[in-house]
Ligand binder design. Structure first.
Ligand code: 5GP
Ligand code: ZN
Length: 112
């Protein structure tokens, strides 16, 4: 399968990784939308949030544990935003589930 985030997860494509363990990797977004902009992904391919099931959801809760840890390690004391784009209308361009973690500036709500 030709998936860029699978290739980042297995090291075929380089990325600036800020966290990695057996099931999850976090790396800097190539086109940051905030001073801190990290993508957190499962190493196993799940195409989107619409494909989360009882069988594969453990890694999703682990991703949120990793996000909480990163928020402390990377000093996101003033807050941070977690975004998941699911499907074309939401602007999902990479079909491997990923959570954007953005910090270092104020965000508006609702998002456009
Ligand atoms: P989406 O639009 O699917 O929610 O987000 C995809 C994100 O992946 C975008 O923010 C884009 O900048 C980032 N991205 C796409 N290709 C690469 C890549 O090869 N390396 C890194 N580090 N980020 C990428
Ligand atoms: Zn993938």
């Amino acid at each position: 399968m030709d998936c860029i985030f699978c290739k980042i997860a297995n090291g075929e494509i380089p990325a600036t990784k800020v966290y990695e363990d057996d099931t999850v990797v976090a790396f800097n977004d190539l086109e940051p939308q905030a001073p801190t902009h990290i993508l957190v992904i499962p190493k196993a391919h799940i195409s989107s949030a619409a494909e989360i099931t009882e069988e594969n959801s453990a890694v999703i809760s682990h991703i949120f544990e990793v996000i909480a840890k990163l928020s402390k390690d990377l000093d996101m004391t003033n807050g941070f935003r977690v975004v998941n784009n699911c499907g074309d209308w939401a602007g999902q361009t990479v079909k491997h589930i990923h959570f954007h973690v953005m910090s270092g500036r104020k965000f508006t709500w609702p998002a456009g």
